[in-house]
Design a protein around this ligand. Structure first.
Ligand SMILES: CSC[C@H]1O[C@@H](n2cnc3c(O)ncnc32)[C@H](O)[C@@H]1O
Ligand SMILES: [Zn+2]
Length: 431
């Protein structure tokens, strides 16, 4: 199957970061084969008109819990620790595989409609998320979030689950799915359990996905218990010997940033969730300036309360300007990099996705610029970071397959998904 996107404005986000006006993108199979002037010899099965549209790399949601869409607007206006312990964990204790599947399907629909082509998820019953990703055509990284319990048998079962998840899903769905190992956080896993998890990641050759230094409380508790910060604590345990995706890193010292940078840890900034749970402001500019790769995520839609990466790009840019009292802090292009190429790098997928370049996978979106809030066309990069809405995404292609065209989802029966997700959500909270 080959697709030609004609007469489009392209924001490639590879080596070149400026828009290219009125160009053409030729996709063959799952890859971008050619970019440039029209050539007669191109064998085209399908033409997509790119006039008045911008083609950009698909957005990478580098930290989320997609099935938490079932708990959207269920527990609001409380800080993180209370939110987790009083509201969320008691309900999650009753989750079923079916709940996780319908929550995942609902979020995948929301993500495709808003231009997210790849997500990195941490949750329970991740086999179900794998099935939902395979069915719908999206790209994803699965990790079974692990919280230590009193029972040793249960703790072992959780590690065995991840082993099987890796065997069943890593590299599956035409290579669209990867698996990582996920200790939930240093405050929910003891040093001894973290060491077992690190050994498992080494045995599998998998990366690690973890929440780190999200709140002041977490950092204060860590100093009280271990006499060091959460970042120094996991570093001393050897966690950063493994490629690590660290969600949040809001309360980090200069020494913490040095450790993250020296060990090639990728940080995922989740500005919407950090604002809503009153966690604080991550020092994104400082981390980037010290050489840390900072990606962008939504976190779950129970703490955000949506999966909208256009909103996160905007927040990342404007929050850092205000906090640093500097209008040049996180300029528009950096916010877009965080949501695309930095996300791809964080997931160890930078050779295949995160930019629109010949030889890369065809994971891209077309943004409809023919809307009142996107006129006049002074600056495409600014328009994408500061004016675009998620609802301006018109077409979504993943791995060379069209998942949404002219705002219509091609792989999801949206009415069926909304009906079943609503049913699952009500049954879950009343269980
Ligand atoms: C064990 S699966 C993942 C686990 O994480 C919880 N969670 C969701 N958002 C956050 C957050 O911002 N910080 C820490 N933990 C979070 C989720 O509810 C699951 O229990
Ligand atoms: Zn999270």
């Amino acid at each position: 199957m080959s697709i030609l996107i004609k007469n489009v404005t392209l924001l490639p986000m590879g080596a070149k970061k400026e828009p290219i006006e009125d160009t053409n993108i030729y996709i063959e199979g799952d890859k971008i084969q050619y970019i440039g002037e029209l050539k007669e010899e191109l064998k085209v099965d399908r033409v997509i008109d790119g006039k008045n549209k911008v083609a950009m790399p698909g957005l990478v949601n580098a930290h989320t819990h997609i099935s938490m869409s079932l708990l959207r607007n269920y527990a609001d206006d409380v800080p993180l620790y209370e939110w987790l312990t009083q509201k969320i964990w008691p309900v999650e204790a009753n989750l079923t595989e079916e709940d996780v599947y319908w929550g995942a399907m609902l979020s995948i629909a929301e993500m495709i409609q808003s231009g997210i082509t790849c997500f990195s998820d941490m949750y329970f019953f991740m086999e179900e998320v794998g099935k939902a990703a395979e069915e719908t055509g999206i790209r994803g990284v699965l990790s079974r979030g692990t919280i230590e319990e009193e029972s040793e048998a249960l703790n072992k079962e959780k590690l065995d689950y991840t082993k099987n998840l890796y065997k069943n899903w890593n590299g599956k769905a035409d290579g669209r799915i990867k698996v990582m190992v996920a200790p939930h956080a240093p405050y929910t896993c003891s040093p001894a359990y973290l060491e077992k998890i690190i050994d498992l990641a080494k045995e599998l050759g998998a990366g690690i996905h973890i929440h780190l230094s999200e709140t002041k409380k977490e950092v204060e508790d860590s100093f009280e218990q271990y006499k060091k910060s959460p970042i120094k604590h996991v570093y001393d345990l050897g966690l950063f010997e493994i490629p690590t995706l660290a969600a949040h890193c809001v309360h980090v010292s200069d020494e913490d940033i040095e450790i993250l940078s020296a060990n090639g840890v990728s940080v995922v900034n989740n500005p919407g969730s950090n604002l809503k749970l009153a966690s604080g402001f991550a020092p994104v500019e400082k981390m980037i300036n010290r050489g840390v790769n900072v990606a962008l995520g939504t976190d779950g839609s129970s703490s955000n309360n949506n999966l909208n990466m256009f909103e996160e790009m905007n927040l990342a840019a404007v929050i850092n300007k205000a906090v640093n009292e500097s209008a040049v802090s996180i300029p528009a292009i950096t916010a877009i990099e965080m949501a695309t190429s930095n996300g791809a790098k964080a997931l160890n997928w930078e050779d295949e996705i995160g930019s629109i370049e010949v030889g890369k996978k065809a994971d891209l979106i077309l943004v409809d610029m023919n809307k009142p809030h996107l006129y006049p066309r002074h600056n495409v990069v600014s328009a994408l970071a500061y004016s675009c809405q998620a609802s301006d995404v018109e077409t979504v292609i993943v791995d060379g397959k069209v998942l949404m065209e002219k705002y219509e989802l091609k792989t999801i029966d949206i009415e069926k998904v909304m009906y079943n997700a609503e049913k699952a959500a009500h049954s879950l909270v009343n269980r």
